[in-house]
Design a protein around this ligand. Structure first.
Ligand SMILES: N[C@@H](CCC[C@H](N)C(=O)O)C(=O)O
Length: 278
């Protein structure tokens, strides 16, 4: 099986193209291949599959073997893959996802390669039970969460996958390893949750660190950056367009007032291509 190692702001994926459907052993394969010592090493295993609704379908399996409904950094990698390798020779293309429908993607190219990718990530889901959280409110903003006496407050947003945004004094130095896993598995979130720890620096700039459901600490999370911007607008902390700075770099996120859609712009890179001995 051929694969391509790709990354978006250091959120890294093993990308497989050419399968007709998700392999039955995709979960076990992800656990094995994503292992950083005994496998290739990645945050997730991504399959680019045929689609009858868009140009391609994306399926993303986290490094723990669980499937996610959506992944912002992987969508940009998928767009770059199909554009750079000539599978879709258009700068505007569509990617079908499990949790967020068909997404419109625009590639900006340089020397016939995708240099930046802008994704219409669709409308955020703000209704508590749909996110899902057990909090029956719409939206779920600045809600208390008790975990080991922490007394944090969170805002919940789904971008197709669930997110819990918590504001802290200094996100870059925050101990996400201590708090991330407790909140990921908290009973408030029946499908578990991705956890974003954010610090608003100005109305156009947010620092964020992420603990991902099924993957742990990663260098960046596209859907997490979108959820953080939406949360920051709901809390009156930022304007509707801001740069979200992650450990792996910056994403520009905009929540459009007219159509309610969230737009994410950022890079994607090919690291290398290889062949798997299965
Ligand atoms: N890194 C991703 C999100 C990947 C899936 C996530 N761990 C989940 O389980 O929902 C992104 O860039 O959005």
């Amino acid at each position: 099986m051929e694969f391509t190692k790709m990354q978006g702001l250091g959120n890294d994926f093993i990308v497989v193209y050419g399968e007709q459907q998700l392999p039955a052993d995709a979960s076990a394969l992800a656990r094995r291949l994503c292992d950083r010592h005994f496998g290739i090493g990645a945050d997730g295993l991504v399959f680019i599959l045929p689609s009858d609704k868009g140009d391609v379908q994306m399926r993303i399996i986290n490094s723990d073997g669980s499937e996610s409904e959506q992944c912002g950094n992987a969508i940009r990698c998928v767009a770059k893959y199909v554009y750079d390798f000539g599978h879709v020779q258009r700068e505007q293309l569509t990617v079908e996802t499990i949790g967020a429908g068909v997404q419109q993607v625009v590639v900006t190219s340089a020397n016939s390669r995708a240099a930046a990718v802008r994704v219409d990530m669709g409308a955020p889901i703000l209704e508590g039970l749909q996110i899902p959280t057990t909090v029956n409110a719409n939206p779920v903003v600045n809600h208390p969460i008790e975990t080991g006496g922490s007394g944090y407050r969170f805002t919940a947003v789904s971008m197709g996958n669930p997110h819990c945004v918590i504001y802290v004094e200094d996100a870059p130095s925050f101990d996400i390893e201590a708090w991330g896993p407790r909140i990921e598995h908290h009973p408030l979130f029946p499908n578990k949750v991705n956890v974003e720890f954010a610090t608003v620096r100005s109305r156009e700039h947010i620092d964020m660190r992420v603990w991902e459901r099924g993957a742990g600490p990663t260098l960046a999370c596209g859907t997490g950056a979108c959820a953080t911007l939406v949360s920051s607008v709901l809390n009156g902390l930022t304007d509707r367009k801001a740069v979200v700075s992650l450990k792996g770099g910056d994403l520009t996120i905009e929540w459009n007032e007219e159509n309610n859609h969230v737009y994410m712009t950022g890079p994607a890179e090919v690291v290398y291509t290889g062949r798997l001995q299965l």
